[in-house]
Design a protein around this ligand. Structure first.
Ligand code: AG3
Length: 275
């Protein structure tokens, strides 16, 4: 018998993957979690019915949420990831030799534990000596850590349930205070096809808090519509002014010096969301 898993991305669209194994299911204190084997994308982490990451396409998201801000900053030493319990963003951050400390603040400790067990390719850097893992509320954490980070990355789930507060202007204000005077912030901000209002609102709020706000996109097949966005807020450095000739060759498969700039070239219907 064939077994297929569907995420209903909107009331009228879903993505369906053939699965061969369920490694783990659990109802944690915060959400429902499943770790399954899919034929097309390999092992897949699902939280509250939404695909979070898969072995085959995770590199796109994790490279794009990290290297764009980290190469926009001339010398990032201390980075914070809020959410991102799978460890993929942390793995990319520690590829930067200037990084002295990478802090992960994930609210659900079970996500970290299950990803350590079943997704070692993604979670592999969580034990690195430059990495600190905190199981805590990211909103409180930034309120309690002022003027501390060069880069803050918000690697959240969709803006429902535990992540709602991570898409709010008050949170962006706290992030602004938690960054040093030349710090940079990036958040994942959903699909330009399916979540236009959200992108518009986040961009407007980030622009109200940071002198520089930018939207960039990439292709991620397992996320709604396959086309994804990130919103960046910066106190000083503009990613469009990065001297990309200075970006060294990194061990990446999506991000490159050329992509650093081209990711900000938006189709007209997406650029519209920033006006
Ligand atoms: N966090 C963003 C996942 C959003 C996907 N949404 C959905 N499938 N409806 C990814 C976590 C990876 N570190």
């Amino acid at each position: 018998m064939e077994l297929w898993y569907t995420e209903f991305q909107t009331s009228g669209v879903g993505i369906t993957c053939k699965t061969s194994k369920t490694y783990h299911t659990e109802k944690t204190e915060y959400q429902e979690m499943a770790l399954i084997e899919t034929e097309q994308f390999g092992r897949m982490l699902v939280l509250d019915g939404t695909v979070q990451t898969t072995i085959e396409d995770e590199f796109v998201y994790h490279e794009m949420i990290t290297h764009v801000p980290l190469f926009t900053h001339p010398n990032p030493k201390k980075a914070l990831v809020i959410g991102g319990g799978d460890g993929g963003a942390i793995r990319e951050i520690i590829k930067h030799p200037s990084i002295e400390k990478a802090v992960l603040v994930e609210i659900d400790g079970r996500v970290v534990e299950v990803c350590r067990q079943y997704l070692p390719e993604i979670s592999c850097a969580l034990g690195d000596k430059r990495v600190e893992v905190n199981i805590a509320d990211g909103i409180k954490y930034v309120q309690e850590h002022k003027n501390e980070f060069d880069v803050i990355i918000v690697d959240s789930t969709d803006p429902v349930g535990p992540a709602v507060g991570l898409f709010a202007i008050d949170f962006y204000r706290s992030i602004h205070e938690s960054l040093k005077e030349d710090g940079i912030f990036v958040a994942q901000t959903e699909s330009p096809f399916f979540h236009k209002e959200l992108i518009r609102n986040v961009y407007r709020d980030v622009k109200a808090v940071f002198p520089i706000a930018r939207l960039y996109t990439c292709a991620i097949p397992t996320y709604p519509s396959g086309y994804w966005s990130f919103t960046l807020g910066s106190k000083k450095y503009d990613p469009l002014k990065t001297d990309v000739t200075k970006i060294p060759e990194l061990d990446t498969r999506y991000y490159s010096a050329q992509i650093h700039t081209s990711a900000f070239a938006l189709p007209k219907f997406v650029a519209e969301l920033t006006k």
